[in-house]
Every structure is written in structure tokens, then in C-alpha cells.
Ligand binder design. Sequence first.
Ligand code: 4NP
Length: 157
Amino acid sequence: MKRKILFVCLGNICRSPAAEGVLKAAAGRKGLSDKIAVDSAGTYGGHAGQLPDSRMRSAAARRGYDLTHRARQITEEDFIDFDMIVVMDDMNYESVSRLAPERRYLDKLYRFAEFCGRHPQWSHVPDPYYEGREGFELVLDLLEDGCEGILEKMADE
Ligand code: 4NP
């Protein structure tokens, strides 16, 4: 059975669609594509239907990731559909936890930075929206680190 993972940020146009692309690519390299289903969503729906931000797409493309996700807002049903919901920062955590249909569903909720073994100084993935190019590179560094961690966690289970 496929493990279903949903990445969540604020707008679903920078961090979470990039996380989706990075995890899909990492799973593909390890021959695990048929073991996982990956999607992303935002807590804010104002960018629904849009492709990822052009700065994120460019930064990702330089590392070989083609980001084609269309933004959507997270719903309560996502707590039922997905096995893991992985948020980028504390604000996302607060917003998403309020959507849980029942308290026990909070067991599915994780902070992305928990999986970043090479970046112990980061407790969140910072919003790059108002940052320059380095902000997007830092996001990708964190995402590549954490996606390896997520696949290692899955391999252990
Ligand atoms: P994301 O970045 O949450 O990583 O997709 C943002 C995208 C849009 C906005 C803020 C952050 N915004 O304010 O519209």
C-alpha cells in the first residue's frame, strides 16, 4: 500500500510544492516511487490553481526538479486521506491542527524540520517569499535534507 504524504505551507507556491518535487525525485532515485504518493497544499487559498512561484521553479530547475503542481488549499478531508501531513513552520502547524477532525488525527502531523538531520539549527523551513535568491536556495537545501530523512523514516517502519 502506498504511503500518502501531504506537504503544507502558507501559499502552496514556494516551499510545499518544492518539497513535493524533491521527495518525488528522491523516491524515484531510490526506486520507491510506487511506495509513496506525494501532494502539497496551502493553508491560504489565494493562490489556488497557480503554478509554483517562478523564482522557486527556477531555483528548483537548476537542481533538476520540474515543479508542475497547481496550488490548492488544504481541507479537513486531507487528514483522513493522508498518512503524514508535514508542515513547514509553526504558523502552518497552528492552522493545520485546527482543521483536524478529531484530536487523534494530530498524530499524522509533523514539522518538516524534524527530518533535517544536517540542519539541526533549523526548527522550521523559512518563508522565502520576501527573500532573495539565497532564501530559495536555503529552502531547497533544507528540503533535500529532510526528504532524505522522510525516506529513511519510511524505510525503518
Ligand atoms: P509559501 O510562500 O508559503 O512557501 O508558498 C508564500 C507564498 C505566498 C505568500 C506568502 C508565502 N503570500 O503572502 O501570498
